[in-house]
Design a protein. Sequence first.
Length: 192
Amino acid sequence: MRYLVIFIIFAISFNTYAEEIYLAKFQTLNGHFNGTISGSTTFNKIEDKLYVFSRLFAGTPETWHMQNIYTGRCPDERDDTNFDGTIDINEAAFVVKNIIIPLDGDINSQMGGMNIYPVGDMYGSYFYEKEAKYSNMMKDLKSPDTNPDDNIIKLEKNEKLILEGKVVLVQGTSVDKTLPIACGTFRKIRDN
């Protein structure tokens, strides 16, 4: 409880200074496996700093959760193309499109923290917090694409990073199954 109060106070004071804030509230995918998932991802930009917070509640306990920012849209029941009642990772990939920012161990670069993702606790929840230097992240996003055949893309030289409308997809990964479990679309909630 003490940590929750400290986090709330920090979040209120932190948001006071943020220049730009983007929020993606999660919607449950494949709820028949995990039940209802709640949570969100927040991007706060303050001068040359970027702070990313993801919170997920009631996922699968002690499970690795891959999470990425994509250029497409969140999947829904229309995307269950084989009609088996489950949106699998291939069906989701078709509509979320390409990864622009992996929410992994290092958001300063797309490949720096590769495959280091949060793990849910014994209740299936996790709190992910990362900080990046915005200019370093943008430099990496505009660097040459060393693997144009993967689904991780770069920005064009003069292209701006536009988070509004991008989506964050969270996968629940265990030994025997990888499924999309939550997705949210970013919207701007502050622009100073």
